[in-house]
Design a protein around this ligand. Structure first.
Ligand code: HEC
Length: 245
């Protein structure tokens, strides 16, 4: 049993490198207690991601309640299919097989993606698309090379141009994309785009673990209770010891 655990830990670094392809990740610094950010993230998700990706382990109603969106606003603005009821799961109608044909890979469900990939990976991934005419959709991605997903946020960011650096890999020189620069065609500037992605990632982190929001809120009550309780205990102790002395 012990041996088994040691082997597992020994494998961890190699798994991490495989997933991240050695690209340094930017910090998401998202904040689950920021409700406006969660709401904006939900809006971006429904508008730009839900066409292809589902979030099938959560219900519209619960999401609306958790992040403070009134149900009628949710129905009017964020549920685009009139047949869908607020109590339903956030599934979508894109068939996996057809999607796999179009994109080379089916778009995975995103409910738990923040737990699998981590928020910093997501934040970096969504800011790492760049123009690459050799790819079917004209874009590639630094942290997910040859990705099947188009740059769906092109409207907001434009299609950044790659910045190359020459690196020696296994004794040979290679041109490697190390960063991107704006092509100036997006609706948002760099800072606004980063903020939008932070909100989107915030929403995805919430989706992966909705109870976290409650834990955060509960945490403050627990701290307040401990403080009050400590005061009471100190006063009591004083009271008791007064008679002893
Ligand atoms: C046009 C369809 C489409 C849209 C819209 C879309 N995606 Fe994707 N996405 C894909 C496909 C296809 C893949 C699988 C890529 C692959 O495996 O090569 C993917 C993969 C991903 C992955 C990687 C998942 C993993 O762990 O491998 C993430 C994260 C992701 N998408 C997030 C988003 C977000 C966030 C949005 C909204 C801003 C979005 N996607 C919008 C098609 C789409």
């Amino acid at each position: 049993m012990k041996k088994w655990i040691v082997t597992l830990f020994a494998m961890l670094p190699s798994l991490v490198i495989a997933a991240g392809a050695n690209v340094p990740l930017d910090k998401a610094n998202n904040d689950l207690s920021d409700q406006a950010s969660l709401q904006n993230g939900a809006k971006l998700f429904m508008n730009y991601c839900f066409g292809c990706h589902s979030s099938q382990y959560q219900r519209y109603e619960r999401v609306a309640r958790d992040i403070g969106i009134p149900l009628d606003l949710l129905k009017e603005n964020l549920i685009f299919d009139p047949n869908v009821k607020v109590g339903e799961l956030m599934e979508n109608a894109i068939p996996d097989e057809a999607a796999a044909k179009w994109f080379g890979a089916a778009p995975p469900d995103l409910t738990l993606v923040a737990r699998v990939r981590g928020v910093d990976w997501l934040y970096t991934y969504l800011r790492s698309f760049y123009a690459d005419s050799s790819r079917p959709f004209g874009v590639n991605n630094i942290v997910f090379p040859s990705v099947g997903m188009p740059h769906v946020l092109e409207e907001l960011q434009g299609i950044p141009k790659p910045i190359y650096e020459t690196k020696v890999i296994n004794g040979q020189e290679h041109q490697v994309v190390v960063g991107t620069e704006s092509d100036g065609t997006g609706e948002l500037n760099q800072e606004e785009y980063d903020d939008a992605i932070r909100d989107l990632v915030n929403f995805l982190e919430y989706s992966g673990d909705p109870v976290k929001l409650e834990r955060h809120a509960l945490g403050w009550w627990v701290m307040a209770f401990l403080v009050i309780f400590t005061i009471v205990v100190v006063l009591l102790k004083k009271e008791y010891w007064r008679d002893v002395h």
